[in-house]
Ligand binder design. Sequence first.
Ligand code: ATP
Length: 250
Amino acid sequence: MPLLAVEGLTKRYGSRIGCADVSFDLWPGEVLGIVGESGSGKSTLLSCLAGMQAPDTGAVLWEGRDVLAFPEAERRRLMRGDWAYVHQNPRDGLRMGVSAGGNVGERLMAVGARNYAAIRDMAIDWMGRVEIGPDRIDDRPSAFSGGMQQRLQIARNLVTGPRLVFMDEPTGGLDVSVQARLLDLLRGLVRDLGLSVVIVTHDLAVVRLLADRLMVMKEGRVIEAGLTDQVLDDPQHAYTQLLVSSVLQV
Ligand SMILES: Nc1ncnc2c1ncn2[C@@H]1O[C@H](COP(=O)(O)OP(=O)(O)OP(=O)(O)O)[C@@H](O)[C@H]1O
């Protein structure tokens, strides 16, 4: 059984299409990239998948159960436990007024951890995994660089051991050299932890590095899908060809 099965997901904003009739399966340990130009519906799709907004029609099945029909409390438990969501802007995924250690520890407490020393140890361990030194544990994220904030957001999300992580342009808005390091880090974590990931980006280099499979969106619809290398090396749809060739020309 796929971990996540998406069937006919459609979301309209009045007469405008957000995403239309999107279906796919995500298997355990698989990374699915979603690419497309600005306005193609990537964020709409991701937020509908993650239960952050309700689609008009369609189903999102988590291990065969329709998430859209979950009671609110169960959906929230899922979001804190098996699922995680990495926002493009770390400010949306962190609590800026809380220390770095608190940001990570808080998530553990939300899933029931109570032993303060163990929580602190795990926070330090996870900060280390995302290359933030233990001497920064009491600093607030506002004292961190953009790249550090993003790494802290990743630690906060992964500390509870989620099985599925949604990522919305996780390297967007960062310097190119910082992006490269973050991508490397993400790739290592995804591989080591065997995570399933749905990642949205307009950056083909990001999906080339991270994604096993790719979906290309245009005007809310999936126009091409397949193995990442196949789609990028031999794009079938004219729009995908344009996307790929415009990157090569840069
Ligand atoms: N809250 C909203 N109200 C009305 N229309 C919206 C809203 N959010 C998105 N849309 C529209 O839905 C379509 C898809 O937008 P969406 O943000 O999902 O695309 P995207 O591919 O994520 O773009 P970007 O890469 O710029 O974030 C666009 O036509 C957009 O104008």
